[in-house]
Design a protein around this ligand. Structure first.
Ligand SMILES: [Zn+2]
Length: 255
């Protein structure tokens, strides 16, 4: 059976740890030390990387030195031994890993979708800093068009898809979501659930695509109530969905 668990790193990063039958992989090891501690004496079979930011890549060199394992990710990163691009597929942990290019937060950003051979199992999405629970990544390199296209691509995945983001930002994101769509009752329920998880020190992840579609304002730019709030925060009266998205993102940057 596959288990996926978060290894906390820095103040709010999660390094996702995948294990099946003694085979271990990690996603975005920004720091090697907590990974080595989590593995105990087990070997690391490989590393997956979503994008080039140091809080996602800083531990690679030490882990490769220690475990001699392959590194799969964007070819823009020196330590990547197996460059990935959109549409690539590889066999991993008894399932199939699909690569989706999702530029916006960075231009090299990839999302990795793991589909197990058991057709009943939901897909698992490792989306780095592109889609967050209740939010999305900042636009450091890409345009609003690129980021919105990337988010649309992720939002087209099956609603039961499990979403493993790389940061614990959910509570703060939902505060903004509430400002962007105050009348959303599903969102209010989610805020209560997330606040009680955080009060117990529990992670709020994984999320699901279905939950994000219902509560994440960046996936709800087509909803008139969200668009109206965006217009009062800088979007033009006749803004299209990208225009709404761009205004929301800018509003959130200063929220
Ligand atoms: Zn990043």
């Amino acid at each position: 059976m596959l288990t996926i668990s978060p290894i906390p790193a820095f103040s709010d990063n999660y390094i996702w740890h995948l294990e099946k039958n003694g085979e271990h992989w990690v996603v975005d090891p920004g720091d090697a030390r907590p990974v080595i501690e989590a593995l105990k004496s087990a070997p690391l079979a490989g590393i997956l990387i979503t994008h080039h930011h140091p809080d996602h890549t800083g531990g690679i060199a030490q882990l490769v030195h220690r475990y001699q394992c392959p590194v799969y990710g964007p070819g823009s990163i020196d330590e990547v031994s197996h460059p990935l691009k959109d549409g690539d597929q590889l066999s991993l942990l008894g399932g199939k890993l699909e690569v989706l290019a999702v530029p916006g937060h960075t231009l090299d950003h990839l999302a990795l979708l793991l589909q197990l051979s058991d057709a009943e199992a939901p897909p698992h999405l490792f989306c780095g800093d592109t889609l967050f629970a209740g939010g999305c990544g900042r636009l450091f390199e890409g345009t609003p068009e690129q980021m919105y296209g990337s988010l649309r691509r992720l939002s087209d995945l099956p609603p039961e898809t499990q979403v493993y983001c790389a940061h614990e930002y959910t509570a703060a994101n939902l505060r903004f979501a509430e400002a962007a769509e105050p009348g959303n009752a599903v969102l209010h329920n989610r805020i209560s659930q997330v606040d009680s998880l955080r009060a117990q020190g529990e992670p709020t992840l994984p999320s699901t695509i279905g939950e994000e579609l219902a509560t994440n304002p960046f996936l709800r730019c087509h909803i008139p109530a969200v668009a109206r709030r965006a217009v009062s925060h800088g979007a033009g009266e006749n803004a299209d969905e990208v225009g709404v998205f761009a205004a929301l993102r800018q509003w959130k940057d200063n929220f």
